[in-house]
Design a protein around this ligand. Structure first.
Ligand code: UD1
Ligand code: CA
Length: 459
């Protein structure tokens, strides 16, 4: 049986009160509609068609080439939106999933189960339903005395008896492709909102004597439709819990999962321990046996095994095996720490490579540098890499020792085993094995402190 899919994503999302189109609001770091597309891709449909309207260009660029697009120029309702896909699907043999871009929690497994129900029962239409603790706002599933599905009634069209029903329309359906478009041509706008509802297709097919059913999904939360920011936060919470449970089952310790924010594409190795209030974002990959302490934020970065990160911010960087970072360090984009590197308190690294065993213990800035093995940076070292217009590169060879409070004015090369005396301002290249002292010579004036404002007689 050929499978096709239509994702509706043309609405504005008025209830979000936002300048950003609804389906582009993020859940666990990704636009809602991208989550939907990923779930739909799990079904391996022959075609996926996304209906765009409000923010069409933005929605298209969020979704990329995994789907075809059709434009719904005016938003006249969900039924009208589906009709826009007709030119691409009309005469095709098979079954078509219709789903909404604002239901980010749906999983490929549930969609597949609905398809299996649909096929096993030879349905012409199957609606995915759930039992809602509070059904307000959703379409209600109307059944006859034998429990057969008759139709769907929207909240705004429901009488008191219908409104009391707790079985809701999740907004996902599977239809025989040809019958879908036949039925859609009969949908009208005689309802409270004056819109073409796709939900009416269920009643139309049933009245025509077709086999119509409902697959009740076990977990209502998975069906959550996000119409406002309160529901967005709830979706985030459910998704967070789902992601966190997956990692815990795979052998990651989360000390306080309720406050641990891991975006959906992040990967984490076994026996890593993650404390409360950690955020792992984007395409981050965390190795095994890491320890990541509270308050750390890691974005699009990779750590190897045995890394320790304390209360730090890491962006687009690589941290090699056995290295440790923080507390209170900042790795800015393109920082690469090889193995057993130490970056300590109040240090910032940017666009630099630090070789094995190199130590940047405290209060140091390393920018635009290539640093060899076992280099030691004293406290308060600054790589002076910017003249107000251009950035320059610094090269520091293995075993160099940079004394505290030095300024290394780039472009600069420092040779192997060189020793920079504390407090030096270095403006010229340094050869291997050289000792550099680049500071004013100390002068001691005997007894001249006496009588200065701070001066106290020792009694
Ligand atoms: C819809 C269903 C309701 C169901 C609920 C599940 C209808 C009429 N109602 O209500 O039964 O319980 O979802 O979450 O379908 N859209 C378009 N073009 C339009 C209108 C909407 O593309 O002209 C898209 C929206 O971008 C959105 C989706 O369709 O992604 C659903 O629209 P929305 O207005 O959120 O419908 P609900 O009121 O939530
Ligand atoms: Ca909705």
């Amino acid at each position: 049986m050929n499978r096709y899919a239509i994702i509706l994503a043309a609405g504005k999302g008025t209830r979000m009160q936002s300048n950003l189109y609804k389906v582009l609001h993020h859940v666990a770091g990704k636009p809602m509609v991208v989550h939907v597309l990923e779930a739909v891709e799990g079904l391996k449909p022959e075609k996926i068609i996304t209906v765009v309207g409000h923010g069409a260009d933005e929605v298209k660029s969020a979704l990329g080439s995994q789907t075809e697009f059709v434009l719904q120029a005016e938003q006249l309702g969900t039924g009208h939106a589906v009709i826009q896909a007709e030119p691409l699907l009309k005469n095709l043999e098979g079954h078509t999933l219709v789903t909404y871009g604002d239901t980010p929690l749906l999983t490929a497994e549930t969609l597949d189960q609905a398809f299996q129900y649909h096929q096993a029962n030879q349905m012409m239409a199957t609606v995915l339903t759930a039992i809602a603790p509070n059904p307000f706002g959703y379409g209600r599933i109307i059944r006859d005395e034998q429990k057969n599905v008759l139709k769907i009634v929207e909240q705004k069209d429901a009488n008191a008896d219908e409104a009391a029903i707790t079985e809701i329309n999740t907004g996902t359906y599977i239809f025989d492709n040809r019958l879908l478009f036949e039925a859609l041509s009969q949908v009208d706008t005689n309802n409270a909102q004056g819109e073409f509802y796709v939900t009416d297709v269920i009643g139309i097919m049933k009245a025509a004597g077709e086999n119509v059913g409902a697959y009740i999904m076990p977990d209502f939360n998975e069906s959550l439709g996000v119409n406002d920011r309160v529901q967005l936060a709830f979706a985030e919470k459910v998704m967070r819990q789902r992601i966190n449970e997956k990692h815990m089952r795979n052998g990651v310790t989360l000390i306080d999962p309720a406050t641990t924010y891991i975006e959906s594409d992040v990967k984490i190795g076994r026996d890593t321990i993650i404390e409360a209030a950690v955020r792992l974002k984007g395409q981050t990959v965390i190795g095994s046996d890491n320890l990541i302490t509270s308050g750390t934020e890691i974005i699009d970065s990779k750590t190897e095994a045995g890394v320790v990160i304390r209360q730090s911010v890491i962006e687009e960087s690589l941290i090699g095996r056995g290295s440790d970072v923080g507390p209170f360090a900042h790795l800015r984009p393109k920082s690469e720490l090889l193995e057993h590197v130490h970056v300590g308190n109040f240090s910032e690294i940017k666009n630099s490579t630090l070789g094995n065993g190199t130590k940047v213990g405290h209060l140091t800035y390393v920018g635009d540098a290539t640093v060899g093995e076992s280099v030691n940076f004293g406290a308060g070292t600054i790589l002076v890499n910017y003249d107000g217009k251009n950035k320059f590169h610094t090269e520091i060879a293995d075993y160099a020792f940079i004394g505290s409070n030095s300024n290394l004015v780039s472009p600069l090369k420092i040779g192997q085993n060189a020793l920079i005396a504390a407090g030096s301002t270095v403006t010229e290249d340094v050869m291997a094995d050289d000792l550099v002292i680049g500071r004013a010579k100390q002068v001691n004036k005997v007894g001249r402190a006496k009588g200065k404002p701070h001066y106290k007689n020792a009694e």
